[in-house]
Design a protein around this ligand. Sequence first.
Ligand code: ZN
Length: 363
Amino acid sequence: MNKILKFGALIFLFLVIGSVARAKDPYKLNVIYFLPQGDRPVEGYESRLSDLLLYVQNFYREEMKRNGFGDKTFGLEKTPDKRVKILVIRGKYDIPHYSYDNGGGWKAEREIEQYFKENPGTQKSRHALVIMPSTSGDDMKPGGVPFYGIGKYCFALDYKYFDIKYLGENSEKGHLLTKWFGGMAHELGHGLNLPHNKEQVSEGKKYGTALMGAGNYTLGQKPTFLTKASCAILNNCEVFAKKEREYYNKNTGFQLKDLEVTFPADEIVVKGTFGTEIPVDAVNVYIDHAPFGQVNNDYDAESWTVKPDKNNRFTLRIPRSELHTKNIDSFQVRVRFLFENGIITTKAADFNWSSLVPYRLTK
Ligand code: ZN
């Protein structure tokens, strides 16, 4: 009897520990080392990439904390010896098939999704960082493979000197590392749902360069940070979750009731009300300067974030002194509604500095 009780208690303990471990970060970023046919991994990739990824994971955590979102970062699966687990997937085709300018990212993504289907349990979330060995043949000029973020996938590259020991070093290898490591941290941001944005004027003085602006050129060399608007998006990203829930269901039941952009002295004021079934826990506003609207024209958009009240109303007052560009050309105010399930809905309105006409939408 006693033995049975002890056994029962032990099982109970395992179940509790198991559920706590699962609850901690139930979703993990898929880290994939993608090797075309005939390609070989760069020597020492497992420990080099593990060190770099843990640094980025901690960078995101520190920025989430600083911006008031608590001790949160993207989950990474670990090996028994505490390294980041990297899944090696062999591509079906040879190196040129996956080149940067040959749509290599899309092709690799399709094969990876197929791999996940054929190997149940290997996919840890919908987000993936795919790293491919450089194919340039020059260790000081890596390149040739996909390097961007599309949807929930992002692509970075590996090369001989992709090693944290060079981080911050004022040397050719140190600067090269910032370019490709800062690049990886930035592309990962895209893979975690982030658009571009630039630091506000006062943030630039305090914290340096926004990672999702030009921070890919500064990480490790000069102060680099994540804006609060970026962190508000990450806060609802699947791989940042502390517990399981349904992510990315587009049926949010959202209805924008009114939206107003006005221009009292020295300010841009954005106000709105909405109805929704899936809660919106933050509203981001971006001021994007001309040219805007096309892909990669948004690096210069300063960003703000505000929490709506319990009646789903929000007001944001933007001091014009926080904008780097003003009084020339036109600009777009982009309002992004951030749903708790990771979905983002955007509404945009265009303006001209020379004739500021308030925008009003009412339903
Ligand atoms: Zn980018």
